[in-house]
Design a protein around this ligand. Sequence first.
Ligand code: ADE
Length: 418
Amino acid sequence: MPYDIKDINLSQMGQDRIAWAERDMPVLRQIRQRFADEKPLAGTKVAACLHVTTETANLVLTLKAGGADVVLCASNPLSTQDDVAAALVQKYEIPVFAIKGEDNDTYYKHLNAALDTNPNITMDDGADLVSLILTKRKHQAKEIWGSMEETTTGVIRLRAMEKQKMLEFPVVAINDTPTKHFFDNRYGTGQSTLDGILRATNFLFAGKYVVVAGYGWCGRGVASRARGLGAKVIVTEIDPLKALEATMDGFEVLPMLDAARSGDMFITVTGDIHVLREEHFKVMKEGAIICNSGHFNVEIDLEALSHLSVSRRSARAFVEEYKLSDGKNIYVLADGRLVNIAAAEGHPACVMDMSFANQSLMSEWVVKNHGQLEAKVYDIPTAIDEHISTLKLASLGIKIDSLTDEQSKYLNDWQMGT
Ligand code: ADE
């Protein structure tokens, strides 16, 4: 079995950590048990390009239990947990092509190795496999029954491709379903971003000015968790509605140039390019710390920061000190890549449980429906989303009310009086 990982000897630690995550993934566990009985993915080949974490390992094992042949590569050069990669290869015979810290060439070599298995289902976190197929490996497009997209940034790209009639096979917007982004993006990114910052810096949030760029689902999570730790949170936005929401949620909203003067910590979660740039670096305070939790490492203009700097050095793991010509230091975490995955472990298993339940059930849906699907972006059927929230609630031991007959009738009958 071909694979390319850092060190196979890490496999026992990886297996233990995968089992630890599984404890907190009860919905995925139930799906895995059913998949093992019914084998709904028998005969399919899945290539997954995801962050190689303990939670992803549980997804991959679920797909395998369903009868799929699965290959895994990383969706970010810094996000691989090398012990997990080793365990998947040695303990579960799943080919993995991923090494934490791999360079760009190796990253793409690994993506190509995954596509060399000729998959009929692909999974992306950032649309890299789809982009590679549609640009450099076009001959494979007709073999793809469906492709899953995990993240906001990827779905935005895929919808743009759909508009330009570029898509050649169906894709599923996993990110856009409520059981994904209400929880994974908000509570997952919220907590894991602070976790990454804390592990990298041991920063005290209480009393500090924390600037959160972007008030989408991820930004909301980050801002609310930072406030929970006692920070004075400033939000920056370009969208008037989101800015209004942030204001009424009690945050100060400022243009970045103003926020840049007071921030102690800057966290970008916008999905856009150069949100922090030269004009902002120039007015930042001595010792400002900047980091990113958006999908791509483009939100901080590191080239501009380098140009303003006379020297740089590693201050500690995941912390790079830039000394500017005016004498001040600015600290960049995790090279401007996803701080929550590079410096911590990504989102907790409890929320990835729902995200990856969606991935599993939609893989089954693609297999069942692939003859009828078109080359467009599909949303997850509401019934699947409701099924997942029902299972998750039950796993948490939470009971809710159900409608009485009278209430159902009232809600369905517009003629009933007010
Ligand atoms: N994205 C964010 N957190 C993740 C995790 N723990 N596993 C896989 N993908 C993730």
